[in-house]
Design a protein around this ligand. Structure first.
Ligand SMILES: Cc1cc2nc3c(=O)[nH]c(=O)nc-3n(C[C@H](O)[C@H](O)[C@H](O)COP(=O)(O)OP(=O)(O)OC[C@H]3O[C@@H](n4cnc5c(N)ncnc54)[C@H](O)[C@@H]3O)c2cc1C
Length: 440
């Protein structure tokens, strides 16, 4: 608790002064808050034993989680919102925003205090990602990839030496990237062509190209998947740490995109990049297992990003319809035809959020959450697409112009159905689980 209080200090101060309405139920302090809707058998070797905990609504949060949500909401609306449009137009992340994410402890949410992190739980990270996306999905994905993919990889598979060397930097100043996709391998991620070979000095040499790498303009730290034994096919895939500035490492191209424009997405070349033996992450040949595990967790983060985006788009348009715009002598939000659409959208946002929080709680409880993560990502990205599209229409011409944020939410939503597994890939995962469950 003391580590959480320490790390939450800047955020907690902001939370008490927050004037932004909370969209979550008030926190009950009397009852434990961790519970998941589960039909899968629980694994009791988990860090959190939920067997004796009375059921509570899935959207109830612990006091710390609720404080995190309120504080990040305030931070996002005060610090990020004024820059969101400008960063999108410039297709660049403001370095001051990155600095503030570190200062607020949002880049080391699950990193234990002993390594300089915030020492909080996975759900806290999910809440932060959602709240950031409510204001700017580009900032949200920076925080998401850094926390749920990069930091998690080091926490799970880094040696003590790697943890001591890199976690304090990742929590305080160094942005991380996760390099799996390549020109030849997207959905079929393990068809990757980047190769690693052992060097005479006992280290490794990496050669190949990675594509669509988030955070790559801002990052100094890269987790790179390369095949060390192509004859073993995917069982040769190995994870390595590469620092920016290593000879042979270069950013070849920055993509221009439809949405999340302030988030950098680049092609990276590895031209005989030599790294020492200690930059091996985990074990040789285990990279494919690490990538699968990380992406399963990461999908909950993207689902949270999409839920936050849908909420942001909704609030932006509902505020306009219920307060500003009059037609036929009344506020447009008073027309029943509009109200029914608002109600439908709200139900969908709440359903997406329930899927997200349930997947996060199941992960924390050590239960099998793979299908839940896939359902959350699939559904939240569909809801984000639908709601942000409707929100443009609810605002009429004002939704279509680049003065406000409605059209930006709409463009930003599309990526939810693509990265960290396309919607078809999520459907395949869900169907595989169902088939296993129903095959006699
Ligand atoms: C903005 C952005 C940021 C990204 N960030 C990162 C990052 O940080 N790190 C990283 O490693 N990667 C990143 N990616 C890559 C991303 O994960 C891939 O784009 C994604 O996995 C899809 O791969 P693809 O683009 O090659 O599409 P493809 O795999 O070519 O898919 C094209 C279409 O075919 C369908 N399809 C493919 N296989 C099947 C199948 N078996 N069954 C049914 N349908 C199928 C897909 O659903 C899709 O509709 C990013 C991508 C983008 C656009």
């Amino acid at each position: 608790m003391s580590s959480i209080a320490r790390s939450l200090r800047p955020l907690a101060r902001a939370a008490t002064a927050s004037s932004r309405r909370s969209l979550r139920p008030a926190v009950s302090r009397a009852t434990p808050q961790i519970r998941c809707l589960s039909s899968t058998s629980p694994r009791r070797d988990a860090a959190v034993d939920i067997s004796d905990i009375p059921p509570t609504p899935i959207t109830h949060l612990s006091e710390t989680e609720a404080m995190m949500g309120e504080a990040v909401a305030k931070f996002a609306s005060e610090v990020i919102l004024p820059k969101a449009r400008e960063m999108d137009e410039a297709e660049t992340m403001d370095p001051a925003v990155v600095e503030q994410l570190f200062e607020q402890g949002l880049m080391g949410i699950e990193i234990p205090e002993e390594y300089g992190g915030s020492g909080m739980n996975f759900t806290s990270a999910i809440i932060a990602i959602e709240e950031l996306a409510r204001v700017d999905p580009s900032v949200s994905v920076m925080c998401d990839v850094h926390n749920t993919l990069v930091n998690t990889a080091i926490l799970k598979w880094g040696s003590e030496a790697i943890k001591k060397k890199y976690l304090p930097k990742l929590a305080s100043s160094t942005v991380g990237s996760f390099c799996l996709s390549e020109p030849v391998s997207g959905s079929d991620a393990f068809a990757l062509a980047t190769k690693a070979t052992r060097t005479a000095s006992g280290g490794y040499k990496i050669s190949g190209s990675k594509m669509w790498i988030t955070n790559s303009m801002e990052a100094d730290f890269f987790i790179v998947f390369a095949n060390l034994a192509p004859e073993k096919k995917y069982k040769g895939i190995t994870a390595f740490i590469v620092e920016k500035g290593t000879k042979g490492f270069s950013i070849a191209k920055k993509e221009k995109k439809l949405g999340i424009k302030a988030s950098s997405t680049c092609v990276i070349n590895f031209d005989d990049v030599e790294i020492p033996a200690e930059n091996l992450l985990g074990e040789e040949g285990h990279g494919y297992k690490y990538a699968i595990g990380l992406l399963n967790e990461g999908r909950i983060g993207i689902a949270a990003q999409m839920t936050g985006l849908a909420l942001g788009a909704f609030e932006n348009a509902a505020g306009y319809a219920w307060n500003d715009r009059k037609q036929f002598g009344q506020l447009i939000g008073e027309f029943q035809g509009m109200q029914h659409q608002f109600a439908q959208a709200w139900v969908e946002i709440c359903a997406a959020r329930a899927l997200v929080y349930n997947a996060a709680r199941k992960k924390e409880a050590g239960e099998d959450f793979v299908m839940d993560a896939a359902m959350a990502k699939l559904y939240a990205s569909q809801v984000a697409g639908r709601v942000s599209g409707q929100a443009v229409e609810w605002m009429g011409g004002m939704g279509f112009v680049r003065e406000g944020l409605a059209e930006k939410y709409f463009r930003d939503a599309k990526i939810g159905a693509i990265y960290e597994g396309t919607s078809n890939i999520q459907l395949t995962t869900i169907a595989k689980h169902l088939q296993k469950q129903y095959t006699k």
